[in-house]
Design a protein around this ligand. Structure first.
Ligand SMILES: [Fe+2]
Ligand SMILES: [Fe+2]
Length: 251
């Protein structure tokens, strides 16, 4: 069962909850002249996500198949979408295109430069190249400028099957999840690089009023402060990891 919610005008959140992982996988569909999908979903999830898309638009009308970075949940079903929507094109970062998608995709992708804007009708989506934020060299995010929604991929990750939209604290949930996962095999998913602080500041300066999370509730509220608070959490938790690594190396 895919939960479908319109989280901003003509921007739909298609959420699949997977009990084995206790987490949501959220895909975002922008209904416009040239419809856009952000996150293809896993290959195994394709029938469910296609069914959800078809409740909003005819899936063959999709024009833009986009994602933040090259991982199965973000773009595993890319080629299934390219088949279903014959006029669609994969759209990703320059690094993503050159290093992975040129070879992986059944049709050539369209690489976007940092700060390039996609006009798909009423909506304008600004692409921000954000290497290693949330993770991966090829990472990028979209800011939907018309209604000020940041499609923020794995940032603010929190588990469970929470409400589609919240106005309460998502930073606390993300912090709990980062700290909770520090000893798991999936720890260290978000590195703190020399560029992390400036990337987070750049995202905050966009002043989003909606943060569309891939895993967890969409947040409506002061996106600027939420991003700055998350940046502090990442720095703080990275500091703990660093201290632990130094102690291990020293001892
Ligand atoms: Fe990811
Ligand atoms: Fe993800």
């Amino acid at each position: 069962m895919t939960a479908i919610n319109e989280i901003a005008p003509d921007l739909f959140r298609l959420s699949v909850y997977v009990p084995q992982f206790d987490m949501q996988f959220n895909h975002f569909l922008v209904k416009d002249d040239e419809p856009l999908l952000f996150h293809t979903g896993l290959r195994g999830m394709f029938p469910d996500v296609r069914e959800a898309v078809s409740q909003v638009i005819d899936p063959s009308r999709l024009r833009v198949i986009s994602f933040s970075h090259f991982e199965s949940d973000e773009c595993g079903a890319l080629n299934d979408w390219l088949k279903v929507a014959p006029e669609s094109q994969a759209v990703c970062s320059f690094v993503g295109a050159v290093v992975m998608v040129n070879d992986f995709a059944d049709r050539p992708p369209r690489p976007l430069n940092d700060d390039e804007v996609l006009n798909i009708g009423r909506h304008r989506l600004r692409f921000l190249a954000t290497p290693h934020v949330p993770h991966a060299w090829d990472a990028g995010l979209f800011f939907e400028e018309t209604d000020r929604t940041l499609l923020c991929s794995d940032l603010f990750f929190h588990p469970g099957d929470p409400e589609p939209l919240t106005e309460s604290d998502v930073v606390g949930r993300a912090r709990e999840s980062i700290i909770g996962s520090m000893t798991s095999p999936l720890a260290k998913d978000m590195p703190y690089t020399p560029y992390t602080a400036q990337t987070m500041q750049r995202l905050a300066a966009l002043g989003p009023n909606t943060l569309a999370l891939m895993h967890g509730s969409t947040y409506r509220g002061d996106g600027r402060n939420a991003i700055l608070d998350l940046a502090s959490v990442i720095k703080e938790t990275h500091g703990r990891d660093e201290a632990k690594a130094e102690a291990t190396a020293g001892g």
